[in-house]
Design a protein around this ligand. Structure first.
Ligand SMILES: [Zn+2]
Length: 366
């Protein structure tokens, strides 16, 4: 290494993808068993050879396996979530709360845990404000490996206790925010030889399937509203659109719209000011998107610009009101961040058919 493999050499080398550092550009083979660059600590992005056979898009999570990093996947039931039309509006709701642990995180966790097992790890570690912990510990338990979770001060303690009691995860509370929990999880992964999971390359790959499913059902969708914490789902959606475009499977690029909490909106601030993403102390009560510095901030900005999308902030009150209205309308309990995209839809003028990603069906309240 560095590899610098020409894509025409990939079949000969038996590789369908390689890993490339988003910071320094160093390349690694698909057999490199970590998610961060050895040289600079940057996040590794999965680059596919592009030699894939994909038929028409379907609403079926595992039909997108050709777009995932080649691996030994157990075909657990997940994804294929309902795309619900709303009455009187050009709006559909993608109900990600239907996933096994009630959020879109499952789409990524299933890929990360498969990779951890393939590389021979017996422990995974991640940082979480709650939903990631649920998802990782669920798939770790299915895979028969241990999970250690660093939780931030603002994490929902009821959720965390439930994860410890029902999933057997090892929970470490951090006196700091999510960014600090993330730093501690990285340190632990190096010291203990545990596979680092979280908002990194393999998770991003699994989360690409969400946009694929939307396009399978609504090929003419014009706007997709996505809640942003670390921006993994957002940048995954952009990556999926680019890959599907190359395969000739997108008719017209939908606009990607990033939604953040007005009390913690570093991405919105960066987009509006046309400056770098800067850390903000997370002050919003919407725990699942209370991230002061989005890991995939730069990629998200690129995705907004490339799709002619935008970034919108919603207040905590708007989310809380939306959450209650959503419960009255649909009988589903979701957390504040889960309906952020729906609150954003009401604030901006959009042309054409829109989809709002609704997540976080967890009913536990602090
Ligand atoms: Zn690097």
């Amino acid at each position: 290494m560095p590899l610098d493999v020409k894509s025409t050499d990939w079949p000969r080398l038996g590789m369908r993808y390689l890993l490339k550092c988003l910071v320094c550009g160093k390349q690694y083979s698909m057999f490199f068993p970590r998610q961060l660059c050895d040289k600079c600590g940057g996040i590794l992005e999965i680059i596919h050879s592009g030699e894939v056979e994909m038929g028409a898009l379907r609403k079926d999570f595992w039909s997108y396996e050709p777009l995932l990093p080649e691996g030994e996947y157990k075909h657990y039931k997940l994804g294929n979530t309902t795309l619900l039309p709303t009455s009187g509006q050009d709006l559909y709701l993608k109900l990600e709360s239907e996933n096994p642990t009630k959020s879109f995180k499952d789409r990524g966790s299933v890929v990360e845990i498969a990779k951890a097992l393939e590389y021979g790890y017996d422990e995974v570690v991640c940082a979480s404000t709650g939903n990631m912990a649920y998802s990782i510990s669920y798939y770790a338990k299915l895979g028969g490996i241990r999970a250690t979770i660093f939780v931030s001060r603002n994490a929902n303690w009821l959720k965390i206790r439930d994860i410890r009691d029902t999933r057997g995860a090892n929970i470490i509370r951090v006196d700091g925010d999510f960014t600090e929990a993330q730093r501690r999880a990285i340190g632990y992964s190096r010291r203990k030889e545990a596979f680092l999971t979280g908002d990194y390359g393999y998770r991003k790959e699994g989360q690409k399937t969400l946009v694929c499913e939307i396009l399978a059902e609504l090929p003419d969708v014009r706007n997709i509203l996505i809640p942003v914490g670390n921006a993994t789902l957002f940048s995954a959606s952009y990556k999926a659109l680019m890959e599907l475009t190359k395969l000739g499977l997108v008719r017209k690029l939908p606009r990607l719209i990033a939604v953040q909490a007005s009390l913690t909106d570093p991405l919105v601030a960066a987009f509006r000011s046309d400056k770098e993403v800067k850390y903000q102390k997370p002050l919003t009560d919407a725990g699942a998107i209370a991230v002061g510095f989005p890991t995939y901030g730069d990629q998200a900005i690129e995705g907004i610009r490339a799709t002619k999308g935008t970034a919108v902030s919603v207040t905590d009150k708007e989310m809380e009101d939306e959450r209650k209205a959503f419960y009255r309308e649909y009988g589903l309990q979701v957390e504040m961040a889960g309906v952020a995209s729906l609150a954003a839809f009401r604030k901006i003028e959009l042309n054409g058919m829109s989809v709002a990603v609704v997540s976080g069906g967890n009913t536990l309240k602090p």
